[in-house]
Design a binder for this molecule. Sequence first.
Ligand SMILES: [Mg+2]
Length: 165
Amino acid sequence: MLIIFDKDNTLVQNPAAGRPANTLDEQALFPDVLDKCRQLRAEGHTLAIASNQGGVAFGHFDHHAAVLLVKSVAEAIEADLYAVCVTHPRGTVKRAKRDSRFRKPNPGMLHYLMDALGFAPDETLYVGDMESDRQAAEAAGVRFAWAWEFFGRQHGVSADRLPEI
Ligand SMILES: [Mg+2]
């Protein structure tokens, strides 16, 4: 099975409520992530990450930094591939101010990862913390799990539903 994870507030703890990590120094994995991902790989699952990084569209960091944020987590969990969307329809950086078929809740990143890795929708699970994650999974026709349920976390610890940028 292909298991695709959202990054912020799913694999990486938000440094403040509703605000995802903007720098590598701010990025800390939830303590249960490495063991769980190691177990999943041992069971033969393929791991990937699909992450909105709309902070680029607001000038919080640039495209390169956004890729590095996601890449570092992908390397930590030994994901086979990752996808990053830097656009935001209300952004302030002209180049990134738009919606995109890749921006969740659109399914583009999930489609890309399934296509690139050779998995059908019925062989794919998406794990995330936001309603837009659930909607992206629904639009892609794949199963969805809330992060706190998938990792067996106490509900509320990661139930941060404030708007994600
Ligand atoms: Mg998230």
